[in-house]
Design a protein around this ligand. Structure first.
Ligand SMILES: [Zn+2]
Length: 286
């Protein structure tokens, strides 16, 4: 039965698939395409779970005899879809709201305690000796750097930090991370993959690092990464020091990978087509 296949597909895409992909570091060489694959993988898993109930609809609507025979399976399909839809809506609401409240509060604090700043600039400097740099996304975005960053870095490395944060803000990487956080929370705890979430965060950082490399080069970006290694930032911010510094430095040497990216996009399309094809099959069989 197609509904059962959809439930099994959702399980496969939620459990082994992300764990295997997180281990396949080749994806890191093309971070933009890899993030698209991660999006398609997660959307496909959620779609498969949500499609279980619609997949049994033709049986319920057109075949009363079969409803009695497969009552347990039909109930399971409806329960899986219903629970996943509920969890998705709750996670979406809670995470989005929480992040916006935290960022708003933090932005207000930063604007008060920052050293003298140009009112037209979104960069704020904090009088703190530890190097830290992060951005607060949103309509009134801020790039926050500590005095420690300015003291420890060459002008070019400092520019790399600012370019990295600008890339996050311009591409709204926060929304991408929020999307994955919502899906992460939607998946029941025993199935969640922390490695997948870690990988997604690393890819987002690698994308922003690349934006810096394009403007100031690999050396300056590497210096910035080394100086910020292990730095801390508030929870709702996107920090420049996030992710394994060694992994990010390793990724700086890869340029664009058109062939690898094309393969990844094809793989992503295949992932997305699976639940749609199964649902179409369920309705075609009427
Ligand atoms: Zn970053």
């Amino acid at each position: 039965m197609v509904a059962l296949a959809l439930i099994l597909l959702a399980l496969a895409l939620a459990w082994p698939a992300p764990r295997l992909m997180a281990r396949a570091h080749v994806f890191r060489r093309a971070p933009r395409a890899a993030l698209f694959v991660w999006q398609c993988l997660t959307v496909s898993a959620i779609l498969a779970a949500l499609a279980a109930a619609p997949a049994v609809a033709p049986i319920v609507l057109f075949d009363g005899q079969t409803v009695q025979q497969h009552f347990m399976l039909l109930s399971l399909a409806v329960a899986v879809s219903g629970i996943m839809l509920g969890r998705l809506l709750i996670a979406g609401h809670q995470i989005g709201r929480r992040m916006r409240v935290l960022r708003h509060r933090h932005r207000e604090v930063v604007d008060i305690i920052a050293l003298d700043h140009d009112a037209h600039s979104r960069v704020r400097v904090l009088a703190h000796p530890d190097p830290t740099a992060y951005c607060l996304p949103g309509r009134q975005s801020r790039v926050v750097v500590s005095q420690g960053v300015i003291d420890a870095m060459s002008p070019l490395a400092l520019q790399a930090v600012l370019l990295h944060e600008d890339a996050h803000l311009k591409a709204r990487h926060d929304l991408l991370v929020e999307f994955f956080s919502v899906i992460h929370e939607t998946v029941p705890a025993p199935l969640r993959s922390a490695a997948a979430m870690h990988e997604v965060r690393l890819l987002v950082e690698a994308l922003a690092d690349r934006a810096a490399v394009r403007r100031v080069g690999t050396d300056a970006t590497r210096q910035a990464l080394v100086a910020l290694a292990g730095s801390r930032a508030p929870e709702a911010a996107m920090a420049a020091g996030v992710g394994s510094t060694a992994a990010r430095i390793e990724l700086l040497r890869f340029g664009s990978q058109p062939a690898l990216s094309a393969l990844m996009y094809a793989y992503a399309a295949g992932l997305l087509a699976l639940p749609v094809a199964l649902l179409a099959l369920a309705w075609k069989a009427i």
